[in-house]
Ligand binder design. Structure first.
Ligand code: UD1
Ligand code: CA
Length: 464
């Protein structure tokens, strides 16, 4: 092959007026991730080097979002059109010679295989420009592909098109493979003599032909992939397509969805086989779920690790936590960051945990707060137990050793340590350390005054 070097430019300087948003358009999320991260990821997977992102509107926010990626940035201070935008990346590609892939920050659904096909077609034909096109039932608003038989002559924008040209259904997706540095030389000759007074990247096709170079087209099989996002209706549609793709991918690897249209899973999340996912489940961030898990309705999980055979009951929220195997959580439990469950645990309804390491087999079944705590194995925490970890200034730790039985309605005023195999009587406020094997109890003595109500409550006074 003539060129085997590959670089990418991603256009992302436009304002996105129709989003009606303070957030730059390319940072709006598709399936939970800023849309611009999709073309950036696909460029990385294809091995593009360099990948240059052309930024303008909201440049700082876009750069911040992509700070960890391998992309570099070129600034387009004023948005003078797509052709001008690519020219802004010329300096960054000064030393590059090879195939230049042009992607858009607001076209997130393109697949790696599709772009590979575009690149192969471009290289095989030894073309200077290969445009990715699609056949649409309603081509309104897009640039139309002008052909003479198999030959691609150029592209005409909706606003510049004649009646006959508007009837053409093959459209420009706005994605191309170019030969670099040729494309920059061709662009330098493009003017803004058109309806929008913009420098059109699309004029490069005609310029290449004039220069006697080959121009080709690759037609998309699945037109959905070219979906560009201009407003929030399209944003929701693109998310639905992405979601379906993600969930179908998981189904093919052995995950069951009760209703795949109603589970919201970010693309990077991993889920093991024989896990069952109910509607209303949101899985995001750096989350990995084992096999044989059951995730019931309205559960949100972010940045968590779940081992195998974990059961999350409805309405639970898990963040930044690690859950050992054979554990049951919820309904309506809240596991906050730093929760580590060793396995075979039970965290029941209305239990909240935070920075809590809980040993194998330990349980807190109802109405409890465990924060800044370390629990050994086989601890039983009774209903309504609270670790009083915060004194208004500092956080303090509660340590409960193995085999402790905590009676209901207990408060542990931290810092405090409960020795192994001790028992805390229900209703206690524990302020001092408890040695192993002890009974600790801090309730006041019960008083009984016989006949009191009959003497003092008029409603209960004995009638004679
Ligand atoms: C463009 C194409 C059109 C194609 C359509 C596909 C041109 C002249 N037209 O039209 O043929 O059918 O895409 O969606 O190229 N951008 C910049 N700087 C600018 C202008 C645009 O970075 O000065 C970026 C935008 O952020 C966006 C992309 O380029 O990511 C496309 O720009 P947009 O204004 O949406 O182009 P269209 O008019 O839709
Ligand atoms: Ca557009």
């Amino acid at each position: 092959m003539k060129h085997d070097k590959l670089a990418a430019v991603i256009l992302a300087a436009g304002k996105g007026t129709r989003m009606k948003s303070a957030l730059p358009k390319v940072l709006h999320a598709v399936a939970g991730k800023p849309m611009v991260t999709f073309p950036v990821d696909v460029a990385r997977k294809l091995g593009c080097h360099p990948t240059v992102l052309v930024v303008g509107h909201g440049a700082e926010a876009v750069k911040d979002e992509l700070a960890g990626s391998a992309a570099s940035f070129a600034l387009q201070a004023e948005q003078l059109g797509t052709g001008h935008a690519l020219l802004c990346a010329r300096e960054a590609l000064r030393d590059f010679s090879g195939t230049l892939l042009l992607l858009c920050g607001d076209v997130p659904l393109l697949r790696e295989e599709t772009l590979e096909r575009l690149i192969t077609e471009h290289r095989t034909n030894q073309a200077a420009v290969t445009v990715l096109t699609a056949e649409l039932a309603d081509p309104f608003g897009y640039g139309r592909i002008l052909r003479e038989g198999d030959q691609v002559l150029g592209i005409v924008e909706e606003k510049d098109a004649s009646r006959e040209q508007k009837a053409i259904r093959e459209i420009n997706t706005g994605i191309y493979a170019f030969e670099a540095p040729f494309v920059f030389e061709a662009l330098a000759g493009v003017d803004c003599d058109n309806a929008q007074r913009e420098y059109y990247l699309t004029d490069v096709l005609a310029a290449a032909r004039t220069a006697g170079r080959r121009v080709g087209a690759a037609v998309l099989e699945d037109a959905d992939e070219a979906m560009g996002i201009n407003d929030r209706v399209q944003l929701a549609r693109a998310s639905a397509v992405m979601r379906r793709r993600i969930n179908e991918g998981l189904m093919r690897t052995g995950v069951t969805f009760i209703d795949p249209d109603q589970s919201y899973i970010e693309p990077q999340v991993e889920v093991g086989p024989d896990t069952v996912i109910y509607p209303g489940v949101c899985l995001g961030g750096d989350t990995r779920i084992g096999s044989g898990c059951l995730i019931e309705s309205q559960v949100t999980i972010r940045d968590c690790r779940l081992a195998d055979n974990v059961h999350i009951k409805p309405g639970s929220v898990l963040e930044g936590s690690q859950i050992g195997a054979e554990t049951a959580i919820g309904p309506m439990a809240h596991l906050r960051p730093g929760t580590v469950l060793a396995g075979h645990n039970k965290i029941g309804n209305f239990v909240e945990t935070k920075k809590a390491h809980i040993g194998f087999g330990s349980k807190a079944s109802h109405l409890t707060y465990i924060g800044d705590a370390e629990l050994g194995t086989n601890v039983n925490v009774g209903c309504g137990t609270i670790t009083c970890n915060y004194d208004g200034v500092n956080k303090h730790k509660t340590v409960i050793e193995d085999d402790v039985f905590v009676g209901s309605d207990t408060q542990f005023v931290a810092p405090v340590r409960i020795g192994r195999n001790s028992l805390i009587g229900a209703g206690s406020t524990i302020t001092k350390d408890v040695p192993p094997d002890a009974l600790a109890l801090s309730r006041s003595q019960q008083k009984v005054v016989e006949g009191w109500r009959l003497r003092h409550d008029p409603k209960c006074k004995k009638k004679d």
